[in-house]
Design a protein around this ligand. Sequence first.
Ligand SMILES: Nc1ncnc2c1ncn2[C@@H]1O[C@H](COP(=O)(O)OP(=O)(O)OP(=O)(O)O)[C@@H](O)[C@H]1O
Ligand SMILES: [Mg+2]
Length: 242
Amino acid sequence: MSNGAGEIALSVRDLKKHFGGIKAVDGCSFELPKGRISGLIGPNGSGKTTTFNLLTGVLAADSGSVIYNGENISGLRPYQIFNRGISRTFQITRIYREMTVFENMLSASSMRVSEREARTRAEELMEFVTLTKLRGEYGGNLSYGQQKLLEFARALMTDPDLILLDEPAAGVNRTLLQNLLEHIHYLQEDLGKTILIVEHDMNVIMNHCEKIFVMDYGVKIAEGLPEEIQNNEHVIEAYFGH
Ligand SMILES: Nc1ncnc2c1ncn2[C@@H]1O[C@H](COP(=O)(O)OP(=O)(O)OP(=O)(O)O)[C@@H](O)[C@H]1O
Ligand SMILES: [Mg+2]
């Protein structure tokens, strides 16, 4: 197909991960449209973060597959998946507390960019998330919102093609959130990146995602456009029915 329309960036098939008796992800399948912003929503504990952990190799799946650029990447180590151009942020930030902001930025090094390029990118990204003044501050001294911003900026250091964001809006002030959303649109529209956002903030999901996937008890219960999801009775039941 021309200009990438309709192409699939990532295909998840029948993914499963149980923790003892907890079926965190229980046969989940979905396809991420390439070069688009998609959303993944669901009640607390529905399996969203576990899905991210399975996509990025942080956890090994019990079964199922993850196909990225025609390759089954399930079973690969996190750094191998990272080096294939998939980057993420964590719901509970994983910045280095004993490293400075600038060192945290550079720590996301990879074969994908040279050191000189990494330094330039780090400067640009710190400026964008308004952390330049705090470049010498230890990560552990940043507020929660600042840590989220640092992690977002760090996730972009390697110029990833697929970006997975786990609750990017949580704890970030409205003005900065607006900038963050603009940057996410810039990544998609101008650079052609594929983005998947897990978020409880329905404003972010409904106004900024083209396609939405809904999970409940480890399975996908709905997918569609924002207006379809808002009126879907399974989704309403999942959120308000229990
Ligand atoms: N490492 C783990 N060990 C045991 N149980 C886990 C582990 N990780 C997740 N779970 C369980 O799996 C289920 C799904 O958790 P998950 O973190 O994926 O949910 P979530 O959709 O991201 O929720 P939230 O919106 O609250 O972040 C929950 O019942 C959780 O307690
Ligand atoms: Mg989560």
